[in-house]
Design a protein around this ligand. Sequence first.
Ligand code: HEM
Length: 503
Amino acid sequence: LTPLDALKPALHALTRREVPIAEIEMPRGGSALGFITGVLGGDLQTLAGGPLFLLLAKYCQKNGPVYTLAFGPKSFLIVSDPCMARHVLQSRPDAYSKGVLEEILKPIMGNGLIPADPATWKVRRRAIVPGFHRRWLGRMVSLFSGAAAELLGSVDAAAAAGSPLEMEERFCSVSLDIIGRAVFNYDFGSVRAESPVVKAVYRILREAEHRSTSFIPYWDLPYASRWMEGQVQFRKDMSLLDGILASMINGAVATRSEASVEELEERDEADDPSLLRFLIDMRGEDVDSEQMRDDLMTMLIAGHETTAAVLTWTLFELARGDVRMMEDVQHEVRTVLAGKAAPDYDDIVNMPRLRQSLTESLRLYPEPPILIRRALKDDSLPGGGSGIPSVKVLRGTDIFISTYPNEVASDFAFLPFGGGSRKCIGDQFAMMEAAVLMSMLLKKFDFEFAGSPDDVGMRTGATIHTMNGLNLIPHEGNFRTRSKEDGGGGWWDMKREEYERKR
Ligand code: HEM
């Protein structure tokens, strides 16, 4: 902390607000021991005594949609008002940077899209967006279903043996295999076996996540990568992964075949449909290997556990929820996919209940649960959205935009993929991937909890994980059947009636 940091709260208190907003001290989470280890480890989650986003939502209910959360000299402005969120994310993107997130992710993602400075971001976003074109997404559907078929193999084996399967781990593996192939045509093969490369990827992800929940930059300590055990390992893992990325990039550069964006969109690259191929072959693009490495690393990290988390929590909610909800989704999936081994693009469009289930799980379990920004200049957040007046923001203020449930049906109330110019680039890819995997899974199987749903638990980092794994026993067909009293009608119809009644 610089002396200015230490003075910041006092300066803020004097000048920040046009209206008084609640100031909350970070509470002692769990036990005194938990609090001490939280402080020592610099870990926000331990300090909060549980998932931070749930604590923020609780305070929001008590104190309104904007308040400050302080621990020691450090304070954050917590915002969950949609108008304010839109202002920060969309209306004044030049007035806010990624702040803490940028500091944490730069050593891993370099100048990739997530932490990139505005000038680099503008150039790279413009170059990368065409890679996610409609035909490519259509082609990706067969990549997703191929990976899903491998996943079904392990679910089949567990169903035959009547044994539990840790589904969170399975979803992480299958989404890692998919992102490796989609982004740089590399087969991690993690559904089949755990290799040293796969282990390195997971350790890097854990380290990135630990950094993002930590408020002490322990990785910046002098020569940390030489003497801190975790950091030594991290350096080795990064160089292993960097080596793979370098060889994929060099291979693609060596076989470069330039074409216009339109020609690239029409190409049928059965052997290599990756984004890397697209970006290298794009005519007029100067290929800078270091920037390409940063772009690929960013997408590998951003597009992996996010999708796995959506799948995990959707299946958790379907397996523990009202039996009619699961039956309705399965009925839809089985009707649309009758006689087909895998869905195509149009089938996904024809499965609204499945897509609604995935979206609802993103509302309940947002990934990432908090969007982070830092004010680059003094600014004023407009009030109005929730009947609150505007709030003044000082340059240097760290802002957490809390995306956790906001029932107000208006713009920027629901931000599962962020918003404004820095909105997720892989949103359609991810939803398509999740829909293909989930539909193929639910077409064949129903799931029973190996213990109780309460055993699953929750912990957060960059995404929301289970505490103890999602251990489910798969069964072919419908395991739970609707009881007679439940009658017909279906869960969704019942919910709609309930909603109409309430309105
Ligand atoms: C950005 C969520 C999947 C690549 C973001 C942001 C969110 C998000 C909330 C905005 C972060 C911010 O404003 O600070 C998700 C969720 C996913 C998902 C919930 C899965 C369900 C993916 C996939 C990819 C991807 C599959 C790549 C193939 C990116 C990139 C950015 C981003 C590159 C930075 C965009 C920019 O700054 O221009 N994501 N994401 N994401 N996401 Fe995703």
